[in-house]
Design a protein around this ligand. Structure first.
Ligand SMILES: [Zn+2]
Length: 123
C-alpha cells in the first residue's frame, strides 16, 4: 500500500487546483494579483476545494484567512512571514498540516476564546 504522506496531499491539491482552473481564470479576470492567486490556492487546499470558513461556512474569499490550529500564529509568523509571504511559504512547503480556514469573524472569536481559556467549539 502506498504511504499517504504530505507530499501526496500537496500533489493532489495541485491537481485539484488545475481542475478548478476556471476559478483561477475568474479571479484573474477580476484583477487579482499574483499574491492573491497564491492565497486562493492556499484557501483552496486547506478547505478541500470548498473555500469556505470551517466554522460557519462563510464563503467570501476576501474575508477568509488561514489560521494555525494550535494558536501559535505569532510564533509561526516569525518563521513564515505574514500576508503574501505566508501564503508563498505554505506553497513552497507543500501546504504543511496544522492550518485551517476561518473567516475573520470566527478567527477573532477563536482568538477571544483562546485568551479566555474557554475551550468551546474548536479542537
Ligand atoms: Zn466563520
Amino acid at each position: 500500500m502506498k504511504k499517504y504522506n504530505q507530499l501526496d496531499k500537496a500533489k493532489k491539491a495541485k491537481k485539484m487546483w488545475a481542475k478548478e482552473n476556471k476559478h483561477l481564470k475568474k479571479y484573474r479576470r477580476n484583477g487579482r494579483t499574483a499574491d492573491e492567486i497564491v492565497k486562493m490556492q492556499s484557501l483552496f487546499f486547506y478547505s478541500d476545494g470548498d473555500m469556505i470558513c470551517k466554522k460557519c461556512g462563510y464563503d467570501n474569499v476576501d474575508s477568509l484567512c488561514i489560521e494555525h490550529i494550535e494558536n501559535n500564529g505569532f510564533e509561526e509568523r516569525k518563521k513564515t512571514g505574514s500576508g503574501p509571504n505566508f501564503f508563498r511559504w505554505l506553497r513552497r512547503n507543500n501546504f504543511p498540516e496544522g492550518y485551517q480556514i476561518l473567516c475573520r469573524n470566527c478567527n477573532w472569536l477563536k482568538h477571544l476564546e483562546h485568551n479566555d481559556k474557554k475551550k468551546r467549539w474548536y479542537s
